[in-house]
Design a binder for this molecule. Structure first.
Ligand code: 13P
Ligand code: SF4
Length: 307
């Protein structure tokens, strides 16, 4: 049986030989992050996807992330390392549903969290990610905004950009939305000196109690650069593990043990190994019309993400 190190070495050798770029979301396991060419939050991965030079890209993350790579680099072969890796939130609202509600929001700019399907993006105006949402909404000229699907991220944006009228629909991430005020009180009582860092997909009552609110990459940067020594991490538990690995002189605690995204956990090193060997993963196939329509929405995100 091969060791993890031997499998990693084989993946690294094959990706060079076959001109493959491996992108991994920060929620992936350490053994996958180590063989990736680039790791980061959804925004950073999207920007990276637009400039990849390799013929093939393997996405270690969830389906909407692989679709985003395909939309931004349609000429490339894009492979989702584990075809079962979906995002519960992205599957909550489809194109048909939003087409039905659209007439009730005439004159509104439709802002779609990037955690949406490629098909849904084709009928929205601009995408956002958790790290870019506030800045982008500030830069939209229209004052009337329909924010989909995450009502928790939407509520956070509405609080940060009070000059806009923001309507929300009732979607969200069950992993983050499951964290309660009681979890925060228990974690604070157990670790009174720790700073609380949370993802804006948590419910507003939890977000209000945080010392810092940010994307997965934002939380990691904050903790790494801070002079503080203890942190309670309010996002997927992998971030707590990665931070503990990278900053052994600091202490990191999970805000809740329920913060586990099964979809992000489903991708294994063997999935990546099989994908580089051409015997695993799923090649993402989107028709030209979907790519064209969804690209407008993602291009707007990149265009509007400035001070
Ligand atoms: P980020 O934009 O912070 O990477 O978040 C993506 C995600 O799915 C969080 O649950
Ligand atoms: Fe989707 Fe939530 Fe998992 Fe992020 S943590 S990929 S939003 S289900």
């Amino acid at each position: 049986m091969k060791t993890i190190k031997e499998i990693q070495d084989e993946i690294i050798r094959l990706k060079k030989e076959k001109d493959i770029c491996i992108l991994a979301h920060s929620y992936q396991g350490q053994e996958i992050l180590e063989i990736a060419d680039f790791t980061g939050d959804s925004y950073a991965l999207s920007v990276k996807a637009a400039g990849v030079e390799n013929k093939t890209v393997i996405m270690c993350g969830v389906r909407f992330m692989a679709e985003t790579v395909k939309i931004l680099s349609p000429g490339k072969t894009v492979i989702l390392a584990n075809p079962e890796a979906g995002c519960v939130m992205a599957d909550q609202m489809d194109k048909d549903l939003i087409e039905q509600v659209k007439p009730s929001y005439e004159g509104y700019t439709i802002v779609a969290y990037i955690n949406t399907t490629a098909a849904l993006k084709t009928i929205c105006d601009v995408c956002v990610t958790s790290s870019s949402a506030v800045q982008i909404v500030k830069n939209i000229t229209n004052d009337k905004i329909l924010f989909i699907p995450d009502c928790n991220l939407g509520a956070y944006v509405a609080e940060q950009v009070p000059e806009k009228h923001i309507e929300l629909l009732r979607g969200g991430c069950p992993v983050h939305a499951g964290v309660t005020v009681r979890d925060v009180k228990a974690a604070r009582a157990a670790h009174p000196d720790a700073k609380l860092l949370v993802h804006p997909e948590c419910v507003p009552a939890v977000v209000k109690m945080a010392d810092y609110v940010g994307s997965t990459a934002g939380i990691m940067e904050y903790a790494k650069n801070s002079d503080e020594k203890e942190f309670i991490i309010g996002t997927e538990v992998s971030i707590t593990e990665h931070l503990q690995f990278e900053c052994p002189d600091k202490r990191f605690y999970n805000l809740s043990t329920g913060l586990v995204c099964q979809n992000m956990k489903i991708t294994t090193l063997m999935d990546v190994y099989n994908s580089v060997n051409g015997i695993g993963g799923e090649v993402i196939d989107l028709d030209d019309e979907t790519i064209r329509g969804a690209k407008k929405c993602i291009d707007e995100m990149i265009r509007l993400n400035h001070e």
